[in-house]
Structure formats: structure tokens, C-alpha cells
Design a protein around this ligand. Structure first.
Ligand code: ADP
Length: 286
């Protein structure tokens, strides 16, 4: 039907009708759910045999190092070379096995979060404690690197409400990345209060991220800067997991970075206000 429509300025225009677009997203949601279930099942099935492969390889490695190799004392060059090769090969199997385990755990973790199947253990928390625990868990990473760790945390930060282990996981991810992508310099962990939120930042003086790559780093499996040949291996799921966790707490996460100068990853946590319930005396029966 073509109607005449009077406009505010007195002009008349022809009204041709309207288009209503209704898209049924039930099927999309079902497919999404199937994908998540499939990923979870496959990951679970992979993890069980991998645990024994890795476990037994570690036992073999230890037996070789403690018992077998010390017994091999020979001038035979071929045997010496073979012992070296076996040592190297077993070390690679263990480290790649650990990498695969980390990848499977990350895939399971993110699939669970996206499906809303995580049991969040929310409780009143002090940011100091989370930071201390994350620093302790990552301290060994600094041993082989010339990186100074600096902590700049305001002393009187108020409580927040959060899942302690999950927030420690966020900071461990950010600090591990900072160590991974920094050759020398400093890594600073800073926490300050701004208005009704706490901002926690991990600042490094590492390789940085090019401006075009910055928006992508929170996407799943995105590992940017591939042209850098010495890029350390990872899963590409650490930051997407951080994002899920931070957003579940009502916060935001972002990166500011200058290529070849360093990066600052920051996230916010809303302050847990536990105000007493206000009672209006006028409304009370006396
Ligand atoms: P992973 O570290 O396992 O590759 P992440 O999701 O944690 O996965 O990070 C995604 C990508 O973002 C990394 O592969 C890297 O390219 C980039 N990135 C993360 N943190 C830093 C950092 N501190 N400095 C430079 N690049 C970083």
C-alpha cells in the first residue's frame, strides 16, 4: 500500500511501507552449543591419554638421567652422540607435551566460560593478595631473564568482590606474557583506585604490539607479529580467557602498546560496596 505521509514542514511524501526483518537465532544458538559441546568432549578425550603419555615420559626422563646416562661411560663417539640425541628428544617430548596439555586446558576453560558453565566462587577480596599470589607463581620465570620486577600498588585499596583463583589466573597470564615478550628491562605491576573501580596494569618494556594488531590480541587463537622469527610459542587463548574472566567481574580489559617499546595491559575491577541497608525512619511503625 502506498500512503501519503505529511512531514513536519508541510511537505507530502509517499510512504511505500516498512520492512520487518525477523531472524530466528534458535538454530544458530543450537549450533553454537553443539560446537562448544564437541570441543569440550574432544578436549576431555585428548587430555586423559595425554596425561599418561606425559607422566610416563617424565618417569623415563628421570630414570635416564638418574640411572642410565651416568652408567654410559664410553669413548665410542656413536654411543655418545646417541645418548645426546635421546636426552634432547626426551626433553622436547616433555616440553611439547606440557604445551599440548596447556592448550587443551585453555580450550576446555574457554569453552566452559562461553557456555556459562563455570562455577564462580565470588567473595570479598583484597587486590594485594591477588597480586602477591600471582607474583609468587611467576617468580621462576624471571630467573633466566634480565628483567627487573617492580610493584607499585596503592596501600589503601578497598575490597572488591571476585573469584580469587580466576583473578590470579588473569594476572599470571598477563605477567607471563610480559616476561615472554620482553628480552630485557622492567615489568611493573601497578594497582590504583579511580572513582569506583580499581585499575590493575602490567607494564613491560618488551617487543610491543603494532597498532593494527592491538585490537586482535583478545580474539581466540590470535598470535600477532608473526614476522618476528623469535616469537615464543603459546596457545593464543590466554588473553581471551582473561577477557572472559574480567568481564564476568563487571570490568574491562585493554592494551596500550608501542611497537618495539613495550606494552601495558590493564583491567578494571568494580569496587565491592557493602553499604548497610538504609532504613527510612519515617516509614517505620512506632
Ligand atoms: P599466547 O601468549 O599464548 O600466544 P595470548 O592470548 O596470551 O596467547 O596472547 C595473544 C598474542 O598477543 C600473543 O601471541 C602475542 O602476539 C600478543 N601479546 C600478548 N601479550 C603481549 C606482550 N606483553 N607483549 C607483546 N605481545 C603480546
Amino acid at each position: 500500500a502506498i500512503d501519503k505521509v505529511a512531514l513536519a514542514d508541510g511537505a507530502v511524501e509517499e510512504f511505500l511501507g516498512s520492512v520487518i526483518l525477523i531472524r530466528d537465532i534458535t538454530v544458530e544458538k543450537e549450533v553454537d552449543q553443539m560446537k562448544t559441546d564437541f570441543i569440550s568432549t574432544v578436549s576431555h578425550e585428548l587430555r586423559t591419554p595425554l596425561t599418561s603419555v606425559l607422566g610416563f615420559t617424565k618417569i623415563i626422563k628421570k630414570k635416564l638421567e638418574d640411572v642410565i646416562f651416568p652408567q654410559v661411560q664410553t669413548d665410542n663417539k656413536k654411543i655418545q652422540r646417541t645418548v645426546r640425541q635421546v636426552k634432547d628428544n626426551v626433553t622436547i617430548i616433555v616440553s611439547e607435551g606440557e604445551r599440548l596439555t596447556a592448550l587443551i586446558n585453555d580450550v576446555l576453560d574457554i569453552a566452559k566460560m562461553e557456555a556459562g558453565k563455570v562455577d564462580w566462587n565470588m567473595q570479598p577480596l583484597l587486590v594485594h593478595e591477588i597480586i602477591e599470589r600471582a607474583i609468587a607463581a611467576t617468580s621462576s620465570l624471571f630467573e633466566t631473564k634480565h628483567i627487573q620486577f617492580i610493584k607499585k600498588v596503592e596501600t589503601e585499596l578497598p575490597e572488591i568482590s571476585g573469584d580469587k583463583d580466576r583473578l590470579i589466573q588473569v594476572l599470571i597470564n598477563l605477567i607471563s606474557n610480559a616476561v615472554k615478550f620482553t628480552q630485557k628491562g622492567t615489568i611493573t605491576c601497578r594497582a590504583t583506585q579511580r572513582h569506583s573501580e580499581i585499575i590493575i596494569s602490567v607494564i613491560d618494556t618488551g617487543m610491543g604490539i603494532a597498532p593494527a594488531d592491538q585490537p586482535q590480541v583478545f580474539e581466540k587463537f590470535k598470535q600477532v607479529g608473526d614476522t618476528l622469527t623469535d616469537k615464543p610459542k603459546g596457545t593464543g587463548l590466554g588473553l581471551p580467557i582473561c577477557k572472559q574472566i574480567v568481564e564476568h567481574h563487571g570490568g574491562r580489559i585493554w592494551v596500550e602498546s608501542e611497537f618495539k617499546k613495550g606494552s601495558t595491559f590493564s583491567f578494571t575491577l568494580p569496587i565491592h560496596t557493602n553499604l548497610p541497608v538504609q532504613v527510612n525512619m519515617m516509614d517505620m511503625d512506632t
